[in-house]
Design a protein around this ligand. Structure first.
Ligand code: PEP
Ligand code: MG
Length: 585
């Protein structure tokens, strides 16, 4: 058995097909000045061919799902980026090298820059540039791209790396599952596997070296493991596990249209999905999301070379709002900074980026960026139910400034005769302890809170959310975290407003009964977590949950709290292990 990263849940067994791209050899020799012009023409032709190929793949992929096609839109943007292509031409003319050498070198420079940014998102953008760079080189050399669409026999696809273009060409009826050496949970390939509902394991290091065509393999995308040439007993065990998994998914699917309320119906929670754009909305609705509790708009600002303008943003917000309508969408204003950098925005290197120039702090300084976004959000509010949310609020002054700017933008739109929802709710994220502690003061200024536990936990416990070494300290069930949540919920209710939660903790079934008992009004999570959290809430009696929450607040150690919740969940027949089937994605 080999352990990798669980990229897409499900279990499949089948025959191995190892996918290897044809090796490309790059001519490193120098060229004359005249030859250089010829090389520029070769490059231009190859870029043209690449554009045509990607357009074609994009059309093909629209049939599979618009969300995949968007990945190729990102590729087209890279190809159409004049700076990127001109750099290649300048290299040919300046260094007198071949077209393929220049294309390869420029792509490598971009890849290194993205990789150096050190966060998972930019590493994935590096993968996009790699994909494009290799395509241009292959087209310069006239090497045909290998297509996976021709696979007809049912196989398990094994590869060192699968680019998004490769993945999009997969014949879904033939590929039962895939396992690749590279990639992470947020790689495009993993995202596509989840949307295509193909079980997948990534990050397997050297598995493609060990597997041979025709071998048998089990891919357990829920657990993140692969087993090469399993014996009969193992095959039987995994077949039983697969049947169990499918039964479970089927059962949970029945809850899709059921309300997220407690056993006797005394308490109902709004259960929502976190989305990064339109591509996540279909999955959210399919899993029964009653709205979007967090639209991370910063993704719109990434994967590009300049700020998105008002029209682009309006279009993106409108699409999400319309696809979730009539359900509400909480659009969070730009939350850049920390681990999320924009290469085209002059962001200083900081000693402590998570404590630095981020989110609302940037927006209150760069009011040009903030106002453009607010205009786009307000315009989108005519097309459904929009709520605005400001991130990283530390105190009253920031709320007041942000609201003043919002008011200015509303007045501008009104003067221009542009329609928007004048009653739209305005809320803030509670993700800084100072905001949690002064929740009673902040509640007077806004319509709702949404607790961002991803940051709140790291700031409360002084435990960097990105640092593996101290991850044992980063504990959602720490009494300090639970007490802060209680304080925020109670303060909001006293002020007559509601509190939701959109950090990862909201989708954790080990936290669900406590959050219910603490009185949270809304929980927003990755769509895939919705059915299980809903099941826990629907199996719980509100009074029991309230007692559990009260008991948790009086315990001393996170482990004691965990043990208590586990025994509570066992009583409901919802062991934490049972979530592993859909967790890990
Ligand atoms: C959070 O901090 O909990 C949150 C939802 O925001 P992000 O993860 O985008 O920082
Ligand atoms: Mg946050």
């Amino acid at each position: 058995m080999q352990k990798g990263i669980a990229a897409s849940p499900g279990i499949e067994t089948g025959k191995v097909f190892v996918f290897r791209e044809q090796a490309v050899s790059i001519d490193q020799s120098a060229v004359s000045r005249e030859q250089a012009e010829h090389e520029v023409v070769r490059l231009e032709k190859a870029v043209g061919t690449s554009l045509e190929q990607i357009e074609a793949i994009k059309d093909q992929t629209i049939e599979i799902g618009k969300e995949y096609a968007e990945i190729f839109e990102a590729h087209l943007m890279i190809l159409e980026d004049a700076v990127f292509i001109n750099k290649m031409k300048n290299k040919i003319r300046g260094d007198l090298i071949t077209a393929e050498n220049a294309a390869h070198q420029v792509a490598e420079e971009y890849i290194a820059q993205f990789n150096n940014m050190g966060n998972a998102y930019f590493k994935e953008r590096a993968a996009d540039v790699k994909d494009i760079g290799e395509r241009i080189v292959r087209n310069i050399l006239g090497i045909e791209s290998k297509s996976l669409s021709e696979l007809t026999e049912k196989v398990i696809l094994i590869a060192e790396d699968l680019t998004p273009s490769n993945t999009a060409q997969i014949n879904r009826n033939a590929v039962l599952a895939f396992a690749v050496d590279m990639g992470g949970r947020t790689s495009h390939t993993s995202i596509m596997a989840r949307s295509m509902e193909i079980p997948a394991v990534v990050g397997l290091c050297d598995f493609s070296q060990k597997a041979k065509d025709g071998d048998m393999v089990i891919v357990d995308g829920s657990e993140g493991t692969v087993i090469l040439n399993p014996d009969a007993e193992t095959l039987k065990r995994y077949q039983a596990k697969k049947e169990e998994y499918l039964k479970d998914v089927n059962e949970l699917g029945k809850l899709k249209n059921e309300p997220c309320k407690t056993v006797c119906g005394e308490r109902r929670i709004e259960i929502c999905a976190n989305v990064g754009g339109r591509e996540d909305c279909a999955g959210a609705s399919d899993k029964g999301a009653e709205g979007c509790g967090l639209f991370r708009t910063e993704f719109l600002y990434m994967d590009r070379t300049a700020l998105p303008n008002e029209e682009e943003q309006f279009k993106a917000y409108r699409e999400v709002v319309e696809s979730m309508a009539p359900n509400p969408v909480i659009i969070r204003t730009l939350d850049i900074g920390g681990d999320k950098k924009l290469p085209y925005l002059d962001m200083p290197a900081e000693q402590n980026p998570f404590l630095g120039w981020r989110a609302i702090r940037i927006c209150l300084e760069r009011t040009d960026i903030f106002k453009t976004q607010l205009r786009a959000i307000l315009r989108a509010s005519s097309f459904g139910k929009v709520r605005i949310m400001f991130p990283m609020i530390s105190g009253l002054a920031e709320i007041r400034k942000a609201k003043l700017i919002l008011k200015e933008v509303q007045d501008e739109l009104e003067a221009e005769g542009v329609h928007f929802d004048k009653d739209l709710e305005v809320g803030i994220m509670i993700e800084i302890p100072s905001a949690a502690i002064t929740a009673d003061l902040l509640a007077k200024e806004i319509d709702f809170f949404s607790i961002g536990t991803n940051d709140l936990i790291q700031y409360t416990l002084a435990a960097d959310r990105m640092n593996e070494r101290i991850s044992h300290l980063y504990d959602p069930l720490h009494p300090a975290v639970l007490r802060l949540i209680k304080h925020v919920v109670d303060a909001s209710h006293r002020a007559g407003i509601w509190t939701g939660m959109c950090g990862e903790m909201a989708g954790d079934i080990a936290a669900a009964p406590i959050l219910l008992g603490l009185g949270l009004d809304e929980l927003s999570m990755s769509a895939i977590s919705i059915p299980r959290v809903k099941k826990v809430i629907r199996s719980t009696n509100y009074r029991d949950a309230a007692k559990l929450a009260e008991a948790a607040l009086n315990l001393e150690e996170p482990d004691e709290i965990r043990a208590m919740v586990n025994s509570f969940l066992s009583g409901l027949n919802q062991t934490p292990e049972s979530i592993i089937l859909t967790e890990g994605v």
